[in-house]
Each structure stands twice: as structure tokens, then as C-alpha cells.
Design a protein around this ligand. Sequence first.
Ligand SMILES: *Cc1c(COP(=O)(O)O)cnc(C)c1O
Length: 392
Amino acid sequence: MNKANIETLLAHDSERNPNGAVVPPIFQNSLFTFENWDAIDEAFDHRMDSFIYTRGRNPTVKLVEEKLAALCGGEKAQLFPSGMAAISAAILHCVNAGDHIVTIKNLYGPANNFISSYLKPKFNVEVTYVTGKEVSDFEHAIRPNTRLIYLESPSSAVFSLQDIEAIAQLAKDRGIKTLIDNTWASPIFQKPLAMGIDLEMHSCSKYIGGHSDVVAGLIVGTKEDVESISLKEFEWIGAKIAPFEAWLLLRSLRTLPIRMKQHQENAQAVARFLENHPKVQLIRYPGANSFDQKELAKKQMTGFTGLMSFQLKTNDLEKIKAFVNSLKYFHLGVSWGGHESLIYAPAISYLKELSPEQFTSLGISLGDMRISVGLENKEDLIGDLDRALELV
Ligand SMILES: *Cc1c(COP(=O)(O)O)cnc(C)c1O
């Protein structure tokens, strides 16, 4: 038989279950017992392939990791209890005290904090932030002690892209490890490992989970890299994912391809509506006609997901609040990538520290809105935005 296509691999998982159970059971046990001395002795000799204690390996978690590795096209996957646990483990795997990291200016905030407010003061890790739209941005930033190039494409907040294949090659030629946060594109629409990246990371709290009921993270890469992370950063920090949460991800994976198609269809419709609306100044969305890196987007992604931002054509805070508060289907909250549409205004966090004037001087507008387009009917979503925009 030919190798199954990805939709089949993700949807089909009944063949190995006891009693013909159509859904795999959850191995909700902390330890595993053995017949005799020799059996447990043997298990310790093959720790990566044995079930001894759930802080290490667990059958439910392993089943999900195997599907995720196949989905991303990697040799091996390790699940984590959050995206941030996966990010910090991956960075710690790649750098030693005094090493240098090159990453992008619009890196996911907490990841940036982990590097600049933790690794830097504590372990003297150096970091250079680049815009990242040009490959030469990275080339110029590389130093003799550079050990990691950390990408996020599309990036947080502004959705700018990096040329993944070219940067992976640049790093390989110099023996530098590459890590990418691939959360925005999802493993359905972007395959960084096939483009030469060493480690692919996801927050499974977003599209991979997709139902806003799990916080989890993922690293995929070669057997050598991932097993080293599993035995050291994963086991020693004790960042274990609960078997139940892994099982929820298994549930989510069955519909991941079909969900992503619908997120894309809905988001494209919403983007077109916003792009043409007189009260919208601009939109930032890699799938939009107006996106400045459209060629690169088409080259390295096969589709576009549901997270975008746009700018209202006003700086009147009362009108902006009225717009947000009047939305019926876009609920106000952080995070994204679930079945439900969400809205968030960066001004909510920034205004705690800055005056409106300082805020606008950063090039961010009070009227900047981030939306996560969910799986509701797209006409309902557009209708909701259209009605709320009348208040602007
Ligand atoms: C949410 C997010 C993370 C962190 O994931 P958690 O599961 O919340 O820890 C990392 N990167 C990006 C781009 C994210 O949006």
C-alpha cells in the first residue's frame, strides 16, 4: 500500500486500540510496571523507546507526537505543556553561555523577554534583532559566536516574512542552528523543515489545538536534535504535557486540514471586505492583495490562516472602544487560532505604560485591531464588522 496522505494519517487512528475502541484510550498513569528485573533493565537501556515514567515517555503523548512529526515532515517530535516551554527548551538546546542569537524585531513578546531579560543577564547570551525582510539582514548580523538564527515567519504584530530557504542555507554554510516559530502558518500551509530549517516550533494552543481548550507546545526536527531536547531540556526541567491534553490534540488533528481550509476561506473574505472599506486605513495580512511581500508569501506558503490586523481610520478612543464593544461575533480576548473569532487592540496593553502621544510616535495606531477569523459563517462575520464600522 502507498504511504497514506496527511488527511488520512490524521483522521485514521483506530487500528491499534484495545477492544476495538474507535478512539485511543488515555494512558492516565504516572508509571509503568515490569515483569522482572531484566525487563526494566532493558527499558532503561532504551529510554527513548520505553515507557517507564510519564515525566519521560507516555503512550498517549507518543501517539500524538508521531502524527505531528509526520505532519511537519520531521523525524521526531516532542510535545510540551505550552508553546513557551517549547521555545525556551529549543533555545537552551542551541545556545551556551556567551553565545550569540540573531532574531527578528517583531519576535513573539514572551520569547523576546526570555532571551533579553533572562538569558542575557543570567548567562551573558548576546542577541541582535534584525528587520529580517532581507537575507543580508541576517548575514550582516552574524558573529563568530552566533549559534542560533531564530525566525518567526510571518512575525507577530506586523506579519512580516523572512526568506526561510535562503536563511536556512546561509546558516547551514556557517554551522549555525535554525529555529522557526511556525505557529501562524500552521503545519498545513508552511513546511520549514523541507526548506532546510533545523527545528520547527508551534504553539499548539493556536490552530493545532484549534478549540480553545488546550495550552501546549511542539518541537519537530531530526532524531538527534529532538532526542537531545527530550532527554535534557524536556525531562530535566520537567516540562511534561498531560496525557489528557495530548489526547485533546489528537482529537484536534483529525480536523486540522479541513479547519485550516475554512479559516483561510473566511479570512480571505474578511480581508477583502476590510481592504475595500472606507473606514479602514490599511490591513496587514500575508494573504491580502495589498501585502508587500506577496511574492515571497506565495513562494513559501501554500495558504494563509485567519490572523490579521487592520487600522481604523480614526484616533478617537471613544469611537474605537465603541467599535470593539459593539461586535457580536468577535469576542474580546488574547490568543487566537481557535474556532471562535476574536479581536484584540494592542492599545489595551500599551496604554498602561504610554501616553496616547508616545504610543502613536511608535508607529502604532490607537486604531490598530488584531482579529482572529474563526469558523463561523463568513457573511455573519462580515456583517458584524460592517455594522460596528458604522460607529467609527
Ligand atoms: C501564543 C504564541 C506562542 C506561545 O505559545 P503558548 O502556548 O501560549 O505558550 C508562541 N509564538 C506565537 C507566535 C504565539 O502566538
